[in-house]
Design a binder for this molecule. Structure first.
Ligand SMILES: NC(=O)c1ccc[n+]([C@@H]2O[C@H](COP(=O)([O-])OP(=O)(O)OC[C@H]3O[C@@H](n4cnc5c(N)ncnc54)[C@H](OP(=O)(O)O)[C@@H]3O)[C@@H](O)[C@H]2O)c1
Length: 381
């Protein structure tokens, strides 16, 4: 992994439309969407991308192309606002269509990222049409009949869902903070059994969508120019500041983002007794979340063994260089598939090697959303 001094370059995917920034380190090619179409295959599934003009939707296209995901056709769906706009994907021009109740006829796999209310309304319609829906919203995550899947963690939970049967189904993608946390915590949990986990997040603008990224960029310019910042998305200054996550605060004082970490961890680990608490904070980072995770184990686990386990874990890279004080950063994981973990150390407040502290960074539009969903779709092939 290489860090990049300039965090991004801007690419415009929508001809004549609004520009959704995708933040790419400059060492990565930005030609992903213009590769030769190797993935179009007659007997491959037909796809639909719902919310294609959004931050996650754009990343779906990038991940599908990067992984040569096979497809026979692909429908680009968004709201009325984007309908009619053109986008180029793998050398072919597509017109974005308005999402309607008829959108899912003949669609085998539908990747949803248009918000919870759209998923609630159109997810069941897609399932009724025979589509397998991989949903990025929180709409169905805690539904007992819907598997909540991180492919590296609990792939067997969706084993009963098969493509090509004509039977639709829902599969939920966990919350981005949950995915990033559990990518690192699960291999340790499998060895020593986590009994309690304390998570503190440092969450990027991208987690709140394309408009939030644009606002952080705009505010940064405005503050540097001595102007008052435009506060449409978060209702307070974000540039050069940080604040408690913008999710609604519940009666128990936790916000919804924090309670997602609590509930989703229990469901994914199939362990209703694991104790989880979280504090989620929005920081003025453009893309990729960071999380400090404190783990308490049932069985002893020393830090060297933990480092070894993590270095073998799929989808995880260890960056843990104490001598040069080099550990994971959001910039370093931006646009990367792997979750990076470092600061691996024994928790001095716990006796007998029963506690560890780790620091995790992951690109939450990629592994926290689009990549995880495409990996789920790959398991259906
Ligand atoms: N950003 C993340 O890191 C992340 C991570 C995990 C999960 N998610 C989830 O993914 C979903 C989308 O997030 P995002 O960050 O991509 O948001 P975003 O950038 O704001 O994009 C929202 C997308 O939804 C579409 N949409 C809105 N209303 C619609 C409607 N009535 N019919 C059809 N499409 C509609 C938008 O289309 P228009 O452009 O036409 O308005 C756009 O394509 C949310 O449920 C979010 O919680 C996001």
């Amino acid at each position: 992994m290489h860090s990049s001094a300039i965090p991004y370059c801007r690419t415009q995917f929508l001809a004549g439309g609004k520009c959704h920034p995708t933040f790419r380190p400059t060492h990565r090619p930005t030609t992903t969407f213009s590769r030769l179409r190797m993935s179009v295959q007659e007997n491959a599934p037909s796809l639909a991308v719902v919310g294609v003009s959004g931050a996650v939707g754009q990343e779906f296209l990038s991940v599908l192309a990067d992984r040569n995901f096979p497809y026979r056709s692909i429908k680009m769906l968004a709201s009325k606002r984007s309908a009619g706009k053109r986008l180029t994907f793998e050398d072919k021009e597509y017109i974005i269509e308005e999402l309607t109740e008829d959108s899912f006829q003949g669609v085998d796999i539908a990747l949803f990222s248009a918000g919870g209310s759209i998923s609630k309304r159109f997810g069941p319609i897609a399932v009724h049409s025979g589509s397998i829906v991989v949903d990025n919203s929180s709409a169905f995550r805690m539904d007992d009949n819907v598997p909540l899947v991180i492919p590296e963690v609990n792939p067997s939970s969706m084993a009963h869902i098969k493509l090509g049967t004509g039977k639709g189904a829902l599969i939920a993608n966990p919350n981005c903070s949950t995915i990033i946390c559990l990518m690192a915590a699960t291999p340790l949990h499998q060895r020593a059994k986590v009994v309690r986990m304390v998570v503190s997040t440092y969450q990027a603008a991208s987690g709140a969508g394309a408009a939030a990224m644009e606002e952080l960029e705009l505010q940064t310019r405005e503050v540097l120019e001595g102007k008052s910042p435009t506060c449409n998305i978060f209702k307070q200054q974000y540039a050069f500041n940080l604040f408690s996550h913008n999710a609604p605060v519940m009666g128990n004082g936790y916000n919804e983002e924090e309670m997602k970490l609590v509930k989703e961890t229990r469901k994914i680990w199939n362990d209703k007794d694991v104790k989880v608490t979280a504090t989620c904070i929005r920081v003025p980072v453009m893309r990729a979340h960071a999380e400090a995770v404190n783990l308490q184990f049932k069985n002893p686990l020393d830090e060297d063994t933990a480092r070894e386990i993590l270095s073998q874990a799929p989808g995880v890279v260890v960056i843990d260089d104490r001598a040069s004080n080099r550990f994971p950063t959001p910039l370093e994981v931006s646009n990367k598939d792997d979750v990076a973990v470092g600061r691996i150390r024994q928790d001095v407040s716990q006796e007998g090697n029963l506690g560890l502290d780790i620091f995790v960074c992951g690109d939450q539009i990629r592994k926290g959303a689009a990549l995880n969903a495409v990996q789920i779709a790959e398991m259906l092939l």
